[in-house]
Design a protein around this ligand. Structure first.
Ligand SMILES: Nc1nc2c(c(=O)[nH]1)N[C@H]1C(S)=C(S)[C@@H](COP(=O)(O)O)O[C@H]1N2
Ligand SMILES: [Mo]
Length: 199
């Protein structure tokens, strides 16, 4: 069984669950402010350098789950399509094109900002954003859009699904109490910023 499911990690699909998705046929379109927009096939994505990061997904609804997230560094994708110097935000669009969210370029270029396909050595199921999701541990979880079909390189900011509904555009993780999913949902204090540990 999937490790995230085993730990009872909450499953969020504000737009509705996408049902079953075909990993081998998955394609990711990368367009916008770049010289070489490209549709990456699953085989092409797999041929790119992979990275594994130990990090936490932390929700504004105050739970957090840690593990080894594996995938392609977002910076690699941005250099593959030859990003324009004018690009300032990276916009993620999920399957069905109802859910979207954007992050600033400086966060996108950080080493733990990845397009993740695996958690703790297993492919992500559809529940948790497989075949490929954004994983941005530095910001609240609503920036980690699941089941990505498109990435748009943007010269300006557009608010996403949750941002138009009142969540902050910056999604900076704020200190407070939080449930530790890895520890049976125990309530702990978190510092602000990327959650590296619980106090
Ligand atoms: N497409 C899509 N991506 C999404 C969401 C969503 O509702 N739809 N919820 C976001 C929020 S608020 C969080 S906290 C995480 C939760 O990830 P999980 O459902 O894999 O636990 O996914 C983010 N990505
Ligand atoms: Mo969330």
């Amino acid at each position: 069984m999937h490790k995230l499911a085993q730990m009872n990690t909450p499953i969020f699909w504000a737009e509705g669950h996408p049902g079953s998705l075909n990993r081998e046929d998955w394609e990711l379109t990368v367009t916008g402010s770049c010289a070489k927009p490209h549709i990456f096939t699953w085989a092409e994505l797999n041929a790119l350098p992979q990275t594994e990061v130990q990090a936490r997904l932390t929700s504004v609804t105050r739970w957090s789950v840690a593990g080894k997230w594996k995938g392609i560094p977002l910076s690699t994708i941005l250099s593959e399509v030859e990003m324009n110097p004018s690009c300032r935000f990276i916009r993620f669009i999920s399957y069905g094109e109802v859910y979207d969210t954007s992050i600033p370029l400086d966060i996108a270029l950080l080493p733990k900002s990845i397009l993740a396909h695996s958690f703790d050595g297993e492919y992500l199921s559809e529940d948790y954003g497989g075949p490929l999701r954004a994983f941005i541990p530095y910001l609240w979880g609503y920036k980690s859009a699941k089941s990505l079909v498109r990435i748009e390189l943007m010269d300006f900011y557009v608010p996403g699904f949750w941002e138009i509904r009142g969540y902050t555009d910056s999604a900076e993780i704020e200190a407070g109490v939080c449930r530790d999913v890895n520890d049976g949902g125990k309530i702990k204090e978190i510092p602000d910023g990327e959650v590296l540990r619980f106090i």
